[in-house]
Every structure is written in C-alpha cells, then in structure tokens.
Design a protein around this ligand. Structure first.
Ligand code: DHB
Ligand code: FE
Length: 279
C-alpha cells in the first residue's frame, strides 16, 4: 500500500523564487522567512519521498477566467514552468507520475468527485515556487509530482469544506493503490492576503495562527468558513487556504506538527509554513 507520510503547507509567493535566484536569503527582509525552511528540507532529505501530491492553484496561466475547472488533476509525464508576470524562469521541468495520477482520477470519479483530467498543462508559481523552496537548486527532478489544482480565482469557487473532502477522497484513493510509494502532500498558497482592490495588503495573522492550530488537531473546525467569510476575514486571496485544507484532508486521523513558521508580510502575504506528520 502506498503511504502518505506527511503534509506540508507553504506559501508560493512568486518573489520567493526571485529572491532565491538572486541569493537574497540572508538579507534583512528575507532572513526570517528562509530561516523556516531548513528543518523541512532536512526532513524531506531524510524521508526521501517518491511522490508529491501537490495541491496548488493556477492563477490564470492555463486556467484563465474563460475556462476554469473547479478541480483539475494532472496526469502528464512532465510539467513545464510558464509562470506569468515576473518573466519566465528557466527552471527544469517537473516530473509527473502518470499511473498513480490515473488511479486517483479513476477512484475520484468512481466516488463522485469529478475533476478535469489534464494530460498536458503548464504550471505557474503556485506549483513551482514551493518545489524550488523545498528543493533548493531545483533538485526536485527525482520526485514525481501529481498536481491537484483548485479554483481560487473565479467565482463560484469550491467550498472550503469540499476541498477538504477532495483531500479525504484522494487519501482513500492512495490507500487503495497497490504500490509502495512514500508520499508527501503539499498544500500551497495563503495564508491571509489580498493583492488588489480597496483592501489590498490586508493581513490577519491571528486568523492565520488559528488556522495553523486547527489544521493540526481540529481541521473540521475550519470547515464552517465559506469563501465569503475567508475573503472578509483573511482577504480576497485568503481563499488559498483551500490548498492547505486539501492537504490536511488526505491525512486522516491524528497528525503531529513537526515544524511551523509564519512571517508577515512577505510581499503582500502572511507567509506560512507547516510540516505535519501522519501518525
Ligand atoms: C503574492 C501572493 C500570492 O499568493 C500570489 O499568487 C502572487 C503574489 C504576493 O504576496 O506577492
Ligand atoms: Fe497565490
């Protein structure tokens, strides 16, 4: 049986990739943020996962407002970076995992979740920045990645409770896979932030801490929040909590928090990091 060994929630702010490329990790602006990552990188180096199931959001690169899958899963052998806005970074492609991806898709549809199946997608900072952060020097190529994309850009968005349930269904699908892969699940984005409009720049670190606390021992308590609530409490892009909920949903039962960091603001965002062990 394949096994989910842990989950990691992390920010995916595009400026992080730039800061790493420019060697700014130890500068006053960035040092508290990057200081959070070595324990998680060390844990990954020890655990050597075979597969990453990666809950991310596409900010309009492949899935723009005209075609917006509520949920989408990648089944491709490879994913190329084509991040928008800051200039395309020449980073190595991400390796896909076609067989387990298809198994997850088949199981989801059999169990009444109906994601869009993507055999050819490019990916943006929502997927690439966390991989570069966790595997500095872009050393992620030996790990197979299954992208799970959640609509966080266009209304109507899936309810946060539904993204948690998607994670639970993916967790079940993994348990029914006859392989011995060791899997880590990423949930990227958030935490509180709003990038535009009248409330651009708002943060709510008290709420971010509440979310991180509840993700450890009472994730269901977060399911009472609608996307409208999250927008009000944590900003328009605070809805990116959906990816953390998806990640936590895959890990049923008890989890133990091995590490946490929260730095705000980084760019316009409260940048969270959390490593949860599946017990
Ligand atoms: C920022 C944060 C995001 O989640 C994103 O997708 C883009 C930019 C930021 O804070 O700059
Ligand atoms: Fe984002």
């Amino acid at each position: 049986m394949a096994k989910i060994i842990g989950g990691i929630g992390t920010s995916h702010i595009p400026a992080i990739g730039r800061a790493m490329d420019q060697g700014l990790e130890d500068t006053p602006y960035w040092k508290d943020f990057f200081a959070g990552y070595p324990p998680v990188r060390e844990w990954l180096a020890e655990q050597k996962p075979d597969v990453i199931i990666h809950f991310y959001n596409d900010h309009g690169l492949e899935m723009f407002l005209d075609k917006k899958p509520t949920y989408a899963i990648g089944c491709a052998p490879q994913y190329e970076n084509a991040d928008e806005g800051w200039g395309i970074q020449p980073i190595p492609p991400i390796t896909g995992e076609t067989e387990l991806s298809w198994h997850i898709v088949n199981e989801l549809i059999e169990n009444d979740f109906d994601p869009t199946v993507c055999q050819d997608i490019k990916v943006d900072h929502g997927l690439t920045v966390p991989l570069s952060l966790l595997y500095p020097g872009h050393t992620y190529q030996g790990i197979k990645v299954i992208p799970v994309c959640i609509n966080c850009e266009r209304h109507p968005m899936p309810k946060p409770s539904r993204s948690f349930a998607l994670g639970q269904a993916i967790g079940k699908a993994v348990e029914s896979w006859d392989g011995d892969e060791r899997i880590v699940v990423l949930g990227t984005g958030g935490l509180s932030h709003q990038l535009d409009g009248e409330r651009a720049g708002i943060l709510n670190t008290d709420f971010d801490i509440e979310c991180m606390d509840k993700l450890v021992d009472d994730p269901e308590a977060l399911l009472k929040y609608s996307n409208e609530d999250l927008t009000e409490i944590a900003g328009g892009q605070g809805v990116e909590l959906a990816m953390w909920l998806g990640m936590r949903g895959t890990m049923h039962g008890k989890v133990r928090e091995l590490h946490r960091n929260l730095v705000a603001p980084i760019s316009n965002t409260a940048a969270g990091l959390q490593l949860l062990l599946n017990e």
